[in-house]
Every structure is written in structure tokens, then in C-alpha cells.
Ligand binder design. Structure first.
Ligand code: TRP
Ligand code: ZN
Length: 897
């Protein structure tokens, strides 16, 4: 049963239900094709809600029986609705017993109860619980859960659910059972069960108040040698939340379970986090530095949800950023602290923090900026949706985290902590709204955040224009900042936001100048937080002996696009001198963007592409500076991503852009081959692999050097890559070498791909890298195979499956999303293939299909010829029968635009 298509759900329509649930007892008799679920609900009338029936949601359920206070319902008392059931009742307390039957083996949506590799797993956020049993499946209904589950002991020796284990026992017929109780009331989206053949790595730790707790990471036996890092990450997360926020684990047992088939990264079910294997398993032989980093941050993210999400949850799904934006901010702070803690010196720690920040901003610019400029643009707290699963977005998560970060910037570390303390003191155990959160922040600090709240309501990336004027006669510098947020669907007009802008002024010697505003009696610090609140504001700095170079939006103090007219010379100057490492990196990115877009324009017009010499000099200065942190240099010399660059191009044209990128890498590789080579040789990391930011930074820069060398294409480059590939002692080096070899048209390319495949043929996660690398490959010469043909061929590979989201994201996502230069081929065959795959995927798994569908939502930014091809494909998908609400919302909005 599907909700009616095209009818949006409105935030303004929120109403509490007439009846909530105080407690629920669930009994699962697990069977692959016929699982029986018995649910006993104690329903209680909501004191303030309007009168009404008991409302239960249900989807894809077979109803076996239902009683109301022990009796069969009277005629007309029970009504089937489009979304489930309604039951007319009179009392304040009503007991329901409902028996349903479900088919986990046939559940390809991976929402609700499903099977993966012989085990049973659940995924209930956002609305999966209603696929298990009838329930008021909304986050504002918080109930105490007890769960009994029974299953076949041979195939499912491990039986888990939320909270504490009460009892286990044997049953006839080779079956067994377990009973679990979660002491904390929770919404149904946090329910979980697992019945599978798993083993645990266990650790006992003592919390800050002296309680001993049991930590378990459950995986298949063959993966036990890859869980150490996840366990360490969990322990570090627990310590960090105690130290930074005074928040302690509230259960005696905390479990993480890994599953191969999972739509997203991981899920914060109370006491029983369920993870995509990709974000649990990592050892040096199979995981790259990036995998280690991702495992650490996802483990932290889900653990942090225990307080920001579970103890205090969302009143309705429009408030999703209440838990997600805040929890992403928390995991970003955690990662920055972990990186800084591992550093050998204070300078290294500062650089490590900056590198973390740079990575966060890259994700925002690559994923969220395009979203905010397209037909799916929405505020971090949307006003309407057709399918909530479509709103687990970069906007809600990443921009949401930036909004929390701005609050942190405005209030300071202590002020923020005080606000958090107040939030938990007021709202522990409640389902609340974003207003409740910001209200606590304001109240704890006596701050006015009224205008700031517009960040929750307005979509679109604000533009902040900065211009400065120096008056030599008075030694003063006037900075003007103005703001403008472009119209987005449904929001033609925008109000000015409260934007914190961190500013520095750099003197001619490259050092920061102490700042003094007109009217101030004393000279201040070198950094100043400016509060831009109106359309346009001016600040006049005095006491300056020479014209300063402004460094605006240091640390990326707000999620905006900064428009600043800077000469090439100024960009090069800031690339060399900006004391704010984020802005130093950003200067390099801006300069690169400018060069690349000029090259792309030349390529489109058939002119010759020339890389400006001054850019080469600035680039080389960073490359050869051995005093800089290699991780920082690697970030600074990495090209901006294609999705971001396409957003900056008007109109967007992927083919000349790709040509420009290839040309630039070739020219730089060729011109600086000696420098790339010497850094490559010097950066080799001795000794056994350890996941450590300084080693990882060296490996990152070394692999970057290898890719530039390969772009140049000399025989030495191929030889170096082959050597690194063959003798690699860890996956970062082996994968780095393979990524470089994939750029080459030498026979070594195919040999390396085959060798990699043979070595990891039984390793699903490593094969995902192999699929993704081929789908995302650039064509460095006309001799290279057509990517579309490669992708088609790889879909027939025995290890590929459309039913496994990781495989789809690797191969199809690698092509549709990560390879615009190839996907947007002029003959339109890429789009026809996209339409076929989206329709096929949608029949089995709408969430995954919708993610793939979104690859084309930004189609209106492209050249007219490209738009024609895409429109036809979008129309074909939109017109196909039986489309899910997920895909129908995406293509519908794309076409409406
Ligand atoms: N709450 C999860 C997180 O952010 C996200 C999530 C996991 C999810 N699985 C999902 C969201 C399935 C929607 C559907 O950590
Ligand atoms: Zn989350």
C-alpha cells in the first residue's frame, strides 16, 4: 500500500495523535517467508490532543488478528485507511493485541524486517516500523519496548534487540528464543532486532560515573580481524562525549552490528546500532586511510545520537536536522579533536584541525551546494515533502551542521555547552522541535537568535559579496559586505540572514594586522567576527600603514558563497601567506577554479588551452614546501570536484570541463615532474601501517604526486605505479597505485585491474572499490575503453548485484554521480541507460532508486543540447507505471523545476 502520490505532507499540519502508546510487547516468530509478529499495545489518550480514533500505520502487512481490550472489534469500529488502520475507542487506556504476518525474504526495500546473507535485520527510520506491525509510527509517540524473538538456532544463533537481555532459552525443533527490554521510552524508528550467525568482539569499559559497561561489535566470523578499529572508535567516542559534553552511556550494554545490505551508512537504534559493513570493517590490508577515517566518524556519529536523537528526539520528521545537523556537528568536532590529539606538535595539531575542516567543506560544496541550487532545494527544516526518505539530504545533514557550527561560533565553546546542558535539562525524554533547541541556546546565553532562525527556514546558498577600499591619506580600510540569497522553488523572496563572517587583514609582509575599528580606543586581535545582518553593511578599520589584503570568511565561518574580486596576484599571495589554513587552501581552490574554467572555455571554443605561468609558480611553491603538513598540501593541490565546478560554470558543460581538467593535470605533471618525483620518493612511509594522521597525510600527498606523474604519462610514472601496486603493504598504497594506473593507457592498466580483482575476488567491500574506480575513470586517451560499455559489462560480473546498495552506489553511482565527463556523453546513451536502471531499481528498492534518480536533478544548468537529452530521459522515468513516491517526487520536481 502506498500513500497517494503527489500530495505533499505539510509541516504546518502537525497535530498530536489522540492516542499514544505507553508500552509495547513484541513477539517475533522469525521465519524467512512467514514471520509472525504479535504486538500488545497499551494505548493511552493524549491529554491535550483533539479527540479521535487510535491511528495505526501499516504497510505491506498481512493482518492475522486484532483485538481491542481482549475482544474482536465491533462492526464499524475498525477502518482500513490508505496508510493503515483507525480504531474508534472510548477509554483513556486501551489494550490492543495485533498479529501480523510478514515476508522478510521478499523484502527487497531494506526497510522494515529483511534478510541479508541468511540473517534477519531491521531498519525502521524513518517509517520502516509500519512494515513490521501496525503502530502509531511517528517519532512523537514514545513507548517502552519489550521484545521476545525466536528463530532457528543453527542459522540464527545470535538474537539481539534494544536494551538489556532478560532471558534466553531453548525451544523444540532446533529453535531458541531471547527476551530483551529497553528501559528508555523511544519512538518506533529506534526499534531494532537482529537474528543472525555473528560473532562479537567484546570490551568492558568503565564510564565516567564508574559503571562498568559491555561493548560488542557483531560481525560475521570471517570479518573478526577487521573490527578492532571500530571498537577503538567506539571507546574514543564514549570518552569524548563524557569530556566535552558530560554525556555518559546510559545502558549496561552497547552493541554495533554489521550488515552487508543496507541503504545508508548506519543507524542509531537504541543500544543496538546497525551499520553498513563499509563503516565498520577496516584493517590495513583491505581499508584505506579514508575508510579508517570514515569508520571512526560514523561510529562516533551513531554513538552521539544516543543523546542527540534518542534521549531527546524529533517531534516530527520536519525536525530531522534537530538530530542530524547537531550530530554531524558533534562528529565533525570529534574528528577534529582526534586528529589534533594525534599530532606531534601544536602547529601540526592546528593543521590537522584545518584539514578536517577542509574535508567537511568539500563535502558541503560538492553535495549540498548543487542540491541547494536545484529543484530539490529545501531549508534545513523543510516545509513539505512527499517522501521523507528523500529528505535525508546534504542540506539537512551538512548544511544543518554548519548552522549548528554558526551557533557555536556566535556563543563560544562555553556558551554552546551551557546551551546543551539546558537543552537536556528541559527536554530529556521528549520529542521536540528545532525551535526548542535554539531557544535553549538563546536562553542559556541571554542571546538573541531570532533573526538567526531564518537559517532554518530559507533554502538556497547565500552569496556574500565583499569589497574593500583603502584610503592611504587616512590609513583606513573600509570593508563592505552585502548578502543575497537566490530564489529557490517555492521561495521567490528571501530575508537577510544573520551571517557570522570571520575576518583578517593581511599586511604587505604577509603577516596579519591587529584590527581596530573606527571609534574603538584600543587595537584588538588580528581576527574579528563581523555580524552581517542586513542587506549591506560597512566596517571601517583604522591605523593601517599600507593597503591590507582581506581574508574573508576564515575557517568557513558561514555556509555561503563568497564573492570577492581578487586578482591572480592576490590569490597567489594568500596561497603563500594567509595565516588561516582554511583560507589558504581556499585561495588555492579559487585560483585553480579560475584557471580550470578559463581552460574549459578555451576548449569549448576550440582555442588552445594555456595554463598561466603564475598559477604554475604558486602551485609549485606549495608542492615543494617541506615545512608544510603533507595532508594540507595534498588538499591544496587537489582539484575542486567536477560537481562543484559544474555549478560554477554557466552553462555547465561537462565535456570541455573534463578536457580542461585533463589538460591541467598533464601540464602540471609534465612541467613539475622532477618535483613530483622527488616528493614522491621522500614521502614514503617506513614501517608497519598505522592509521595516523601524519602517516595518512604523507600517503595522500604521495598518491597525489603519483597521479600527476601519471597524467604526464612517462614510462617512469607507469613503472613507479606498478611497483607501488605490487609491493604495497596496505590498501591505501595499493589502491592509490591502482587509481593512478587506471589513468594510463599502457597494458599495465588492465593487468593491474585483473590482479586486484583476483586478489580480492571474495571480498565484497574491496570489490566495491574496484567497481567504483572503473565506473569513475576518466578517459585520458581516445584508445581508452568507453566507460558506459565498461559499466554495462561490469553489471554482468558475478560479484555485482542490483540488490546490494553498496554495489549500486559503487558502479552506477560511480558512473552517474562521480563521472559527469563520461555520463553526459553527447549521444545521450548515458541518459537512456540511467532511465532503464532507475526504473528497474525502483521496483525493488525505492530508496536506492531515488538516490540514483537524483543524479540528473540539476539538469537545467547544462547547455541546451544536454538539457534536451536529459528531459527525454526524465520524462520516460516519470511516465513509467507504478513509480514509487520516492522516485516520483524526484523526477516530478526535476521536470517542474
Ligand atoms: N539516522 C541515520 C543516521 O544519520 C540515517 C539512516 C540510516 C537512515 N538508515 C536509514 C535514514 C534509512 C533513512 C532511511 O545516522
Ligand atoms: Zn545521523
Amino acid at each position: 500500500m502506498r500513500t497517494q502520490q503527489g500530495t505533499p505532507i505539510l509541516r504546518s499540519a502537525y497535530q498530536p495523535l489522540a492516542y499514544g502508546v505507553e508500552s509495547v510487547e513484541l513477539d517475533f516468530v522469525l521465519d524467512p517467508t512467514a514471520t509472525q509478529v504479535t504486538s500488545r499495545l497499551r494505548c493511552v489518550r493524549h491529554p491535550d490532543a483533539a479527540a479521535g480514533p487510535i491511528v495505526l500505520y501499516g504497510e505491506a502487512l498481512e493482518r492475522v488478528s486484532l483485538t481491542v481490550d481482549g475482544m474482536a472489534p465491533a462492526p464499524g469500529q475498525l477502518r482500513d485507511t490508505a496508510s493503515g488502520l483507525e480504531i474508534d475507542v472510548v477509554g483513556d487506556v486501551v489494550n490492543l493485541e495485533i498479529v501480523t504476518r510478514i515476508d522478510p525474504a521478499a523484502n527487497t526495500t531494506l526497510s522494515g524486517l529483511y534478510q541479508s546473507r541468511g540473517g534477519f535485520f531491521t531498519q525502521c527510520e524513518a517509517e520502516g516500523f509500519r512494515r513490521i506491525t501496525y503502530f502509531p509510527d511517528r517519532p512523537d509517540v514514545m513507548a517502552r519496548f519489550t521484545v521476545r524473538l525466536e528463530a532457528d538456532k543453527a542459522t540464527c544463533p545470535v538474537l539481539l534487540s534494544n536494551g538489556n537481555l532478560l532471558e534466553t532459552g531453548e525451544l523444540p525443533g532446533g529453535r531458541h528464543f531471547a527476551r530483551w527490554e529497553d528501559p528508555f521510552p523511544k519512538p518506533s524508528y529506534l526499534f531494532a532486532l537482529v537474528a543472525a550467525d555473528l560473532q562479537a568482539l567484546e570490551r568492558r569499559v568503565t564510564t565516567m560515573s564508574g559503571r562498568e559497561v559491555l561493548l560488542q561489535v557483531w560481525v560475521e566470523a570471517r570479518d573478526l580481524d577487521r573490527v578492532e578499529h571500530a571498537m577503538n572508535s567506539l571507546v574514543h567516542s564514549m570518552r569524548w562525549d563524557e569530556e566535552v559534553f558530560g554525556l555518559e552511556l546510559d545502558l549496561d550494554r552497547f552493541m554495533i552490528v554489521a550488515v552487508s545490505d543496507f541503504n545508508m551508512g548506519a543507524m542509531e537504534n537504541k543500544g543496538l546500532n546497525i551499520f553498513n559493513t563499509k563503516y565498520v570493517l577496516a584493517n590495513p590490508e583491505t581499508g584505506t586511510d579514508l575508510d579508517f577515517e570514515n569508520v571512526e566518524s560514523v561510529v562516533a556519529h551513531e554513538y552521539f545520537h544516543n543523546w542527540t536523537g534518542n534521549r531527546v528526539t524529533c517531534r516530527d520528521w520536519f525536525q530531522l536536522t534537530l538530530k542530524e545537523g547537531l550530530t554531524v556537528f558533534r562528529d565533525q568536532q570529534f574528528t577534529a579533536d582526534m586528529m589534533a590529539r594525534a599530532a606531534e606538535s601544536p602547529a601540526a595539531a592546528a593543521s590537522a584541525r584545518a584539514v578536517t575542516r577542509i574535508a567537511n567543506v568539500r563535502v558541503l560544496r560538492n553535495g549540498q551546494f548543487p542540491e541547494d541550487a536545484g529543484p530539490m532545494a529545501h531549508p534545513i527544516r523543510p516545509d513539505s515533502y512527499q517522501e521523507i526518505n528523500n529528505f535525508y539530504t546534504a542540506t539537512v545533514y551538512q548544511k544543518g551542521a554548519e548552522v549548528i557550527r554558526m551557533i557555536h561560533t556566535l556563543l563560544g565553546r562555553e556558551g554552546f555547552r551551557n546551551g546543551m546542558d539546558l537543552y537536556f535539562s528541559y527536554h530529556d525524554g521528549q520529542a521536540v522541535t528545532c525551535d526548542d533547541f535554539v531557544q535553549c541556546m538563546a536562553e542559556a546565553n541571554g542571546a538573541d537568535l531570532d533573526q538567526f532562525m531564518r537559517w532554518y527556514a530559507q533554502a538556497g546558498t547565500p552569496r556574500v559579496k565583499a569589497s574593500g577600499e583603502y584610503d592611504a591619506a587616512t590609513g583606513s580600510y573600509t570593508l563592505t559586505l552585502s548578502q543575497h540569497t537566490p530564489a529557490t522553488p517555492g521561495q521567490p523572496d528571501k530575508l537577510p540572514l544573520h551571517i557570522p563572517v570571520m575576518l583578517g587583514l593581511i599586511g604587505p609582509d604577509g603577516r596579519d594586522l591587529p584590527l581596530r575599528l573606527e571609534g574603538e580606543t584600543r587595537v584588538g586581535e588580528t581576527g574579528r567576527l563581523l555580524h552581517l545582518r542586513s542587506d549591506s553593511q560597512r566596517w571601517r578599520f583604522i591605523g593601517l600603514g599600507a593597503e591590507p589584503v582581506p581574508s574573508v570568511l576564515r575557517g568557513f565561518s558561514a555556509p555561503v558563497i563568497l564573492e570577492l574580486d581578487e586578482s591572480d596576484e592576490r590569490l597567489a599571495f594568500r596561497m603563500a601567506h594567509d595565516s588561516d589554513p582554511f583560507n589558504r587552501w581556499d585561495a588555492a581552490q579559487r585560483y585553480m577554479e579560475r584557471v580550470i574554467l578559463d581552460l574549459a572555455a578555451a576548449s569549448a571554443d576550440g582555442r588552445t588551452m594555456d595554463v598561466p605561468q603564475a598559477f604554475g609558480h604558486a602551485f609549485r611553491a606549495l608542492l615543494i614546501d617541506e615545512s608544510l603538513d603533507p595532508a594540507f598540501v595534498a588538499e591544496a593541490l587537489s582539484l575542486p570536484s567536477e560537481p562543484y565546478l559544474l555549478e560554477r560554470m554557466a552553462p555547465a558543460d561537462p565535456e570541455p570541463l573534463r578536457a580542461a581538467l585533463i589538460h591541467l593535470m598533464r601540464e602540471l605533471g609534465q612541467a613539475m615532474q622532477a618535483d613530483f618525483l622527488s616528493r614522491y620518493l621522500d614521502l614514503e612511509v617506513d614501517g608497519d601501517y598505522r592509521y595516523h594522521p601524519s602517516d595518512a597525510g604523507r600517503r595522500a600527498l604521495r598518491n597525489l604526486c603519483l597521479r600527476y606523474l601519471m597524467a604526464w604519462g612517462g614510462a617512469t610514472a607507469v613503472e613507479l605505479a606498478v611497483r607501488q601496486f605490487e609491493f604495497a603493504g596496505n590498501m591505501t598504497d595499493r589502491y592509490g597505485a591502482l587509481a593512478a594506473l587506471v589513468q594510463s593507457d599502457s597494458p599495465r592498466r588492465a593487468e593491474a585491474l585483473a590482479a586486484f580483482h583476483d586478489r580480492y575476488r571474495d571480498d565484497a567491500l574491496v570489490l566495491d572499490k574496484w567497481f567504483a574506480l572503473q565506473a569513475g575513470a576518466w578517459r585520458w586517451s581516445d584508445a581508452a575503453p568507453q566507460t558506459l560499455d565498461q559499466v554495462r559489462t561490469l553489471m554482468d560480473h558475478p560479484a555485482f548485484s542490483l540488490g546490494n546498495p553498496n554495489k549500486v552506489y559503487a558502479l552506477l553511482g560511480g558512473y552517474f554521480r562521480a563521472n559527469p565527463g563520461e555520463f553526459h556523453r553527447a549521444d545521450g546513451l548515458g541518459y537512456a541507460f540511467w532511465a532503464d536502471q532507475v526504473v528497474i531499481l525502483d521496483r525493488a528498492n525505492p530508496q536506492v532508486a531515488s538516490r540514483m534518480a537524483r543524479a540528473l536533478e540539476g539538469w537545467r544548468k547544462f547547455t541546451p543540447a544536454i538539457q534536451d537529452g536529459i528531459r527525454a530521459a526524465l520524462e520516460r522515468v516519470a511516465g513509467s507505471a507504478g513509480l514509487s513516491p520516492d522516485v516520483s517526487e524526484v523526477v516530478g520536481k526535476a521536470l517542474k523545476g
